[in-house]
Design a protein around this ligand. Structure first.
Ligand SMILES: [Zn+2]
Length: 101
């Protein structure tokens, strides 16, 4: 019984690590300063921890979250940092939401 539980935890940990590597390879950076884009195109940074969130409703790769730029609720998704201009990255860095996951 205990062995099964440990195996499940190990498998889930490996899957999360694999997902994190795949996400990073695709040009997304998840973590403390993740650049995200709302449905209206506003860019801002947020704390994006895969698997957990207190301030948003998670819908897989999307989240329903408060946009600090437009001051509205919207679907947000991580933006590919490599596709952003320097000005867009700077703008996103100037708009941060709450520092809770
Ligand atoms: Zn917005």
């Amino acid at each position: 019984m205990m062995r099964r539980r440990i195996t499940k935890i190990a498998v889930i940990t490996l899957l999360c690590a694999e997902i994190a590597v795949l996400v990073r390879r695709r040009g997304f950076v998840l973590g403390a300063n993740t650049v995200v884009r709302c449905r209206d195109g506003h860019l801002f940074t947020t704390l994006w921890i895969p698997g957990g969130s207190l301030k948003s409703i998670r819908l897989g790769w999307w989240r329903v979250q408060r946009c600090p730029v437009g001051k509205h609720w919207s679907l947000v998704t991580p933006a590919k940092v490599s596709h952003l201009t320097e000005a867009e990255r700077q703008l996103a860095g100037e708009h941060r939401d709450l520092r809770i996951p």
